[in-house]
Ligand binder design. Structure first.
Ligand code: PMV
Length: 307
């Protein structure tokens, strides 16, 4: 049995979403596939599932009550530690494969369990990555449920309501710094800052407002305004301490060929995203500045069992 799930880009609102602020994401056309079959011992890619790099997979099979042992194979097109949701896609595809094997495949269950897995492994998380990998397409995260609700997920006193969001078809230019940074410590660092600094808390709220304005701009196809809001979102993320000089360099390189650009995902390295009507030129400029560039599209298909 097997399942696949897409990676994602956060267009606005990373980090702020962990505090319950709005965020906008889209699944992208880079996918992870996970294959599972009964075996004599637990294996991942032929190695021990206890190895650190398989901690999401191990937590996922436990969360899904998988009847094991299983031999698990992972194939992913999503660079890991790049802010593109590779761990969420692998987690969701693992849950998809296990539930398909057990005849209990259900998107909402997978989204809920995948969030629990990320939370357990990272210590703190929002459901944005895992729900986007599950549902595909673009997702708007709001505190309160509104029209086009997919599902709500709660944790402690926080609640996230995940909505389907219709956006015009867009190409996104991604620039990967080649620096892989773990999400957990960056999320913890932002929480610590917000707890002691009211200005940091205000930046988190401003990111939430930017997300809502960005959604409106994208929906009316006002790419200039959507880009300006991305630029502002990037400044605020830098002020929250999750930037990196290499990210700034790639963002600056892309901007002459883009409406706007910002870091995407957890930061501290990882990747930036630009919206551009000259994606090839923006990608070339990113490569010239030392980044790995690729052009991705919004991907409508979420987690799917494979034959
Ligand atoms: O870099 P990624 O793909 O792990 O994205 C993390 C997004 C955060 O908002 C920073 C964390 C979260 O769980 O929402």
């Amino acid at each position: 049995m097997a399942a696949s799930a897409p990676g994602k880009l956060i267009l606005y609102g990373e980090h702020a979403v962990v505090f319950g602020e709005p965020a906008l994401s889209t699944a992208i056309n880079l996918r992870a596939e996970v294959y599972v079959r009964p075996h004599e011992e637990w294996l991942a890619d032929g190695a021990s599932i206890d190895e650190r790099r398989y901690r999401y997979v191990k937590a996922a099979v436990r969360r899904a009550n998988a009847r094991g042992p299983l031999w698990i194979e992972i194939r992913s097109m999503i660079p890991s530690g790049a802010g593109l949701g590779s761990s969420a896609a692998v987690t969701v595809a693992t849950l998809g494969a296990v539930h398909a094997m057990d005849g209990t495949f259900d998107a909402r269950t997978i989204a809920t369990e995948a969030f629990e897995v990320e939370h357990e492994v990272q210590g703190r998380a929002s459901p944005i990555d895992t729900s986007t990998a599950t549902a595909g397409g673009a997702l708007l995260v709001l505190r309160e449920p509104e029209q086009d609700l997919l599902w709500s997920i709660e944790r402690d006193t926080r609640r996230w309501s995940l909505h389907r969001c219709k956006l015009p078809p867009l190409d996104f230019v991604v620039g990967y710094t080649g620096i892989s940074a773990a999400t957990g410590p960056l999320v913890a660092q932002v929480k610590e800052r917000v707890d002691r600094d009211p200005e940091a808390a205000e930046r988190v709220r401003e990111i939430g407002r930017i997300t809502l304005e960005g959604v409106h701009a994208l929906r009316r196809n006002d790419l200039a305004e959507a880009g300006r809001l991305m630029d502002r979102n990037h400044v605020l993320l830098n002020e929250l301490g999750v930037g990196h000089p290499t990210l700034d360099r790639l963002v600056a390189a892309a901007r002459p060929h883009a409406h706007g650009a910002k870091l995407t995902g957890a930061g501290g390295g990882g990747s930036m995203v630009a919206i551009s009507e000259e994606p090839e030129k923006a990608a070339q400029a990113i490569r010239k500045a030392g980044g790995k560039a690729f052009i991705v599209r919004s991907e409508p298909v979420g987690v799917t069992p494979l034959p």
